[in-house]
Write a protein that binds this ligand. Structure first.
Ligand code: PMP
Length: 431
């Protein structure tokens, strides 16, 4: 067979929709897609009339819930005023400027600068490029290697693919050659990180990138002291410390940023999702003075950070983010997350105690992972949960994701965990 010859495909695959779904094994997914057409608070409605509790807040993004009229109105007003204008060279728009000030005021980094773009994968590309550029300008051009933790997820653009700790996301692209000069460190052991640094040589390492709480890798909270030790290693060896707060940023841990929860002082923070609760595609990077200073010197020789995109600082996305940050404050949703963390922990501890199909539960912030025993598959349980009216999601390690919107009531949370219990029991009984 030559490479250009078409491969035989079953009719349902060929006759399916033109849209190519993301991260999907097509023979498994096509013909049984769950088509969401409407949202309302913590619920989403399918085209075939089902109403599902959004127990994952979509992809950990719908923190204030779905179809909020205040955010719709903010977008409408901005589009009627100015949909957007780019922020290249001398041009900028007022909404991007205002959002920059607002983010700088709440950032856990002192005197930060704010880079804006369209999402988490974008933000990771920027952070990694900026780290390399930083060391090049500092006269240390050999510091190019980016370290990340095993099982990490940092999006799927070129850099996110290359630093992925979930190996399946790196495979098939020339595993270590898409963006070369990356390496993985173990999930929980800082002593092992020190060894990896020594193996490569600190003089070769630009940055360590880490999620404070791993999401897609299975909801893995950091072991006590691990992140502080990682930061300490970075300081000791002149390595930039990059915190990927794409999931944790804007309240998911009961603090505005996980950096505050864990007492960290990173050089760069990537954010996305929670900055708008997904009402507009927006992400970015908070940059510490140590990194931005070289670009802000008043001199003809001052270098340019050659990065940017048409939609960087998109005015409508920024207006939505500003309205969204007002909403988080007005409805006191971040302190509510701190309460929800306690409820989730109580619920999941009780589940682990009574349900033999649960191997382990992990909670940090309003993020829960329910790891199942080997006899049953999280994929099957997630499918069954849809039938029961709840959205969960299988993650690495045979784990179910529980990360509902911040507006979830105690009763809804209890019902969600009860449904997980029921679905696990049913699968166990089937053997
Ligand atoms: N980093 C982390 C920690 C993420 O969880 C994600 C998305 N799930 C990304 C980066 C990529 O973000 P996006 O999908 O917006 O590109």
């Amino acid at each position: 067979m030559t490479l250009t010859e078409p491969v035989a495909a079953a009719a349902p695959l060929l006759d399916g929709p033109a849209l190519w779904p993301a991260q999907a094994h097509l023979p498994t997914v096509l013909g049984r897609q769950v088509v969401i057409a409407r949202g309302e608070g913590s619920y989403v409605m399918t085209t075939d009339g089902r109403r599902l509790f959004d127990g994952t807040a979509g992809l950990w993004h719908a923190n204030v819930g779905h179809a909020h009229p205040v955010l719709a109105e903010a977008a409408r007003r901005q589009m009627l005023t100015l949909e957007t204008y780019h922020i290249f060279a001398r041009f900028v728009n007022d909404q991007a400027l205002a959002l920059g000030e607002r983010l700088a005021a709440i950032a856990p980094i002192a005197r930060p600068k704010v880079i804006l773009n369209s999402g988490g994968s974008d933000a990771i590309d920027v952070a990694c490029k900026l780290a390399r550029r930083h060391w090049q300008l500092a006269g240390r051009p050999d510091k190019t290697i980016i370290l990340s933790r095993e099982f990490s997820y940092h999006g799927l653009h070129a850099y996110g693919t290359s630093i992925a700790g979930l190996d399946m996301n790196r495979e098939g692209y020339g595993t270590d050659s898409l963006v070369p000069e990356t390496a993985r460190v173990p999930l929980h052991d800082a002593d092992q990180v020190a060894k990896v640094i020594a193996e490569h040589g600190a003089e070769r390492i630009a940055a360590i990138v880490t999620e404070p709480i791993q999401g897609t890798g299975g909801v893995n909270p950091p072991h006590d002291g691990y992140l502080t030790e990682l930061q300490e290693l970075c300081r000791q060896h002149d390595i930039l410390f990059v915190l990927d707060e794409v999931i944790t940023g804007f309240g998911r841990t009961g603090q505005m940023f996980a950096a505050q929860r864990y007492g960290l002082d990173p050089d760069l923070i990537t954010f996305a999702k929670g900055v708008t609760s997904g009402y507009a595609p927006l992400g970015g990077v908070l940059v510490a003075p140590r990194v931005w200073e070289a670009f802000y010197r008043d001199s003809p020789d001052t270098p340019v950070f050659r990065h940017g995109a048409t939609y960087a600082g998109h005015a409508t996305a920024c207006a939505v983010a500003l309205a969204h940050l007002d909403l988080l404050e007005a409805e006191r949703l971040v302190p509510r997350v701190a309460e929800l963390e306690g409820r989730l922990r109580t619920e999941l501890d009780a589940l682990a105690a009574r349900q033999p199909g649960v191997a382990e539960v992990r909670v940090a912030g309003f993020l829960g992972g329910v790891a199942l025993v080997d006899e049953i598959a999280a994929t099957d349980v997630a499918d069954d949960l849809i039938e029961l009216g709840f959205v969960s999601r299988p993650l690495r390690g045979n784990t179910l994701q529980l990360s509902p919107p911040f507006i979830t009531t105690d009763a809804e949370l209890a019902a969600f965990v009860a449904a997980v219990d029921q679905a696990v029991s049913a699968r166990l009984a089937r053997g």
